[in-house]
Design a protein around this ligand. Structure first.
Ligand code: C2E
Ligand code: CA
Ligand code: CA
Length: 555
């Protein structure tokens, strides 16, 4: 407030108070208004009030002249009400200020909360949806599934899940590029959403989708959904200028909500999906608890392999490979066994397939190879040349880049001469288009290691192809030899014998020796010898047994 404004104000108030002093009847409440005006004029401190009242009093005295006692008394009362009015107005103003601050704070908070909610819901959307297809993602799906299981409403005591995976999606990605792959996923997502509107469809990642079917009353309810999904996916789609037809596989689980967990349900649906895939795809499979239990037990067994190696639960039996010409022991095949602490001694058929599937065969096979070389080094027949040891190699072991170093390292460490090691590989290993396995087998063959084709005749190998491979021996599968058990006059038996005979002569033309497997009788052995087969393996010559037993018997 400027000096002039202040002067004007004081003048106005003085006049007002003077009027009040003279008024009949006298009403001191006129002072309240004056006090309030002082506050409104921002004279808002105690000193400010004191000085102002003093000035007004002086002016009144000056203007009114000498005061009569009664006027003096009125003046005192009037000035008191000025103070009261001032105090009240000041208090009201403070309250108003506080109130408006409070209100502003409320408004600000509400705004902040709204902004937070907006960004939270944006953030939540991002966190619960797949950016590519805009479908709900695994998080949201798991939330909804968990809720369906944990808080089943009335009539919602069963729940179903379809676990869907496109067949051969990788081929689309690899041949047409990721952009086309992405576009296909978007198209599939849209169709699934449209076809299964009421059910939650989520993308778990890659080409994996899941469908939640709530409030089911029977497995058929979910089968219907799965069939609708397969139909939706299967219609041809125009994607990036390509007309693509894809199929999908679906694993279906439908069960009571009680006693299950989201994790269990998803795992069950996932393994059921793999049954559908294994059956050729483009279909749905239904969860089967017995099959699931068997698989779990198999996987538990596989998972126990590394620890079992460390604990020394594996050991090798050896089976003689005997010359058909003079009956000498040419070599022995190492056959792995597992002395399982609970299940007893397990034959390789119980765990080798599993170990191959899981890749654990590389470690297990490495152990077998090392153990066989270590044991074989000390063998002697007390006379003739010591037998070689024949070790089975799984496809994965042969395809490993480090195979040559592994084998030559073992030979160096154990002191086993290379020609006393034979590696048995299957036809399929050799037939692979990859160059590397052939190259590393050739390096090993050049070192002097023997290479045999195991189970010959059960795969797709052809003899002409063998000419260019570093192979020294064929082991003919037991099935061919089995035919020789029947009397030689039986027609089927003669056919088997002729096949074997031509196989042996072809092998010899290629400089390969032939060992017949599964020789169980003396008759078989004799007929094989007549055909020209070089060696035999089987119960007739000796069952698999610890090395010491076989070597002792030979000596
Ligand atoms: P395989 O290489 O064909 O081994 C011969 C199998 O035939 C052995 O079974 C042996 O016990 C059995 N056998 C031997 N003589 C006879 C006979 O006269 N009649 C009949 N019916 N069977 C006979 P085993 O020991 O159960 O081994 C099964 C398969 O497991 C092997 O077949 C081989 O493919 C695999 N395997 C064994 N040890 C290893 C290993 O260390 N590594 C790998 N990768 N596979 C192995
Ligand atoms: Ca073998
Ligand atoms: Ca074999």
């Amino acid at each position: 407030m400027t000096q002039a404004q202040l002067e004007a104000l004081l003048q106005r108030l003085t006049v007002r108070l003077a009027a009040a002093l003279r008024a009949e009847p006298f009403d001191p409440r006129a002072g309240h208004q004056v006090g309030a005006e002082l506050v409104a004029a921002h004279i808002a401190s105690a000193e400010g009030l004191g000085r102002t009242v003093e000035v007004i009093q002086l002016r009144l005295v000056r203007d009114l002249g000498l005061l009569a006692d009664d006027v003096e008394d009125r003046m005192a009362r009037l000035l008191a009400t000025v103070a009261t009015g001032y105090a009240r107005a000041l208090r009201d103003r403070t309250l108003d200020e506080q109130e408006s601050i409070r209100r502003a704070a409320l408004v600000a908070r509400a705004q902040a909360e709204r902004a937070l909610r907006d960004s939270e819901s944006r953030f939540r959307h991002q966190a619960t949806h797949d950016p590519l297809t805009e479908l709900p993602n695994r998080t949201l799906f798991t939330e909804r599934l968990s809720a369906a299981i944990a808080r089943p409403g009335p009539g919602a005591d069963r729940v179903g899940v379809c676990f869907l995976d496109l067949d051969r999606f990788k081929v689309v990605n690899d041949s047409l590029g990721h952009q086309v792959g992405d576009a296909l996923l978007i198209a599939v997502a849209g169709r699934l959403r449209q076809a299964l509107g009421e059910h939650l469809v989520a993308r778990l990642g890659g080409d994996e989708f899941v469908i939640l079917v709530e409030r089911t009353s029977h497995t058929d309810d979910v089968v219907k959904v799965a069939e609708a999904a397969l139909a939706a996916v299967g219609a041809p789609a125009l994607v990036g200028g390509h007309e693509l037809t894809v199929s999908a596989s679906i694993g279906i689980v439908e069960r009571p909500v009680a006693g299950t967990t989201p994790g269990e349900l998803m795992r069950a649906a996932d393994s059921t999906l793999h049954w559908a895939k294994a059956a050729g795809g483009a279909r749905w499979s239904l969860f089967d608890p017995d099959r699931h239990r068997t698989e779990l037990a198999r996987y538990a067994l596989a998972a126990a392999i590394p620890t079992a190696i460390d604990r020394g639960e594996f050991y090798l039996d050896y089976q003689p490979l005997t010359s058909l010409r003079d009956g000498t022991l040419l070599g022995v095949e190492a056959l792995v066994r597992w002395r399982h602490p609970e299940l007893g001694v397990l034959r390789p058929d119980a765990f080798i397939g599993l170990a191959e599937e899981t890749g654990l065969i590389v470690r297990l096979g490495g152990w077998v190879l090392a153990e066989a070389c270590r044991e074989a080094e000390s063998w002697s027949t007390g006379g003739g040349p010591a037998p070689f040891v024949s070790v089975n190699l799984a496809v994965r072991q042969v395809h490993r880049p480090g195979l040559v170093q592994e084998v030559s390292g073992l030979l160096g460490r154990t002191g086993l001469p290379p020609e006393r090691l034979q590696l048995e590989i299957t036809e399929s290993t050799m037939m692979s288009t990859a160059e590397d396995p052939v190259r590393s087998l050739r390096v090993l063959a050049d070192l002097g290691v023997r290479i045999a084709i195991d189970d010959f005749g059960t795969g797709y190998c052809n003899l002409a192809y063998l000419r260019d491979l570093p192979v020294t021996e064929l082991k003919v599968a037991g099935e061919f030899v089995a035919g020789l058990r029947a009397p030689a006059v039986a027609p089927g038996s003669r056919t088997d014998e002729r096949i074997l005979a031509s196989l042996v002569s072809l092998a010899h033309a290629l400089d390969l020796t032939v060992t017949a497997e599964g020789v169980e009788t003396a008759g078989q052995a004799e007929r094989l010898r007549t055909i020209g087969c070089d060696a035999g393996q089987g119960w007739h010559f000796g069952r698999p047994a610890p090395a010491a037993d076989i070597l002792a018997r030979i000596r």
